[in-house]
Design a protein around this ligand. Sequence first.
Ligand SMILES: Cc1cc2nc3c(=O)[nH]c(=O)nc-3n(C[C@H](O)[C@H](O)[C@H](O)COP(=O)(O)O)c2cc1C
Length: 186
Amino acid sequence: MLNLVVAACGASGAPYTRRLLQALRAAEARDVAVSVVMSPTAREVWSHECGGDVRDLGFPLYDHRDFHAPFASGSSDTQAMVVIPCSMGTLARIAHGISQDLIGRAADVMLKERRKLVLVTRETPLSLIHIENMRAVTLAGGVVMPASPSFYGKKETVEDLLDSVVGRVLDHLGVPVDRGPRWGEP
Ligand SMILES: Cc1cc2nc3c(=O)[nH]c(=O)nc-3n(C[C@H](O)[C@H](O)[C@H](O)COP(=O)(O)O)c2cc1C
């Protein structure tokens, strides 16, 4: 069983969260368990960009202050965490070990336990502070994966572009899913 945490922050890009959760729902039959946590601003952005209730996707949703969540501890068997989208504020907190909410704490746990942490950052342009924070997280073992869709393969819809990012995230999380052709494939 692969235990994953999906965290969402208040950066633009809630459709990435929704698309990832939809893909994980399809992958559930293949022994993937998912826990979800959203910052308060992520909930606001979700209602602007997606609407509806994230709980409708069927995964347990933890309160952002719930330090009793299993994945707040290194003793849990959570193997990987993705923050999608990751705001510059949360990036900064993770880079500096400020675990004042569940997202920061869970990310801190992933880094200290040398487990997989993927940050799908969303901001442009970047200041030197953002770049230095990405550097710090990378040096600590995290993967910074900016939300940067690819256009090869003749993408036609917004969903195609979202999937080009989500597919790469799933690869890094180690979730086997059927997805579109990779570079060099017909
Ligand atoms: C609609 C909306 C869009 C935002 N987009 C971004 C963004 O793309 N990148 C970013 O770093 N912050 C963005 N912000 C600002 C963050 O939400 C803000 O810095 C917040 O404190 C981040 O906290 P959180 O990471 O705990 O959610 C946005 C805020 C709102 C309301």
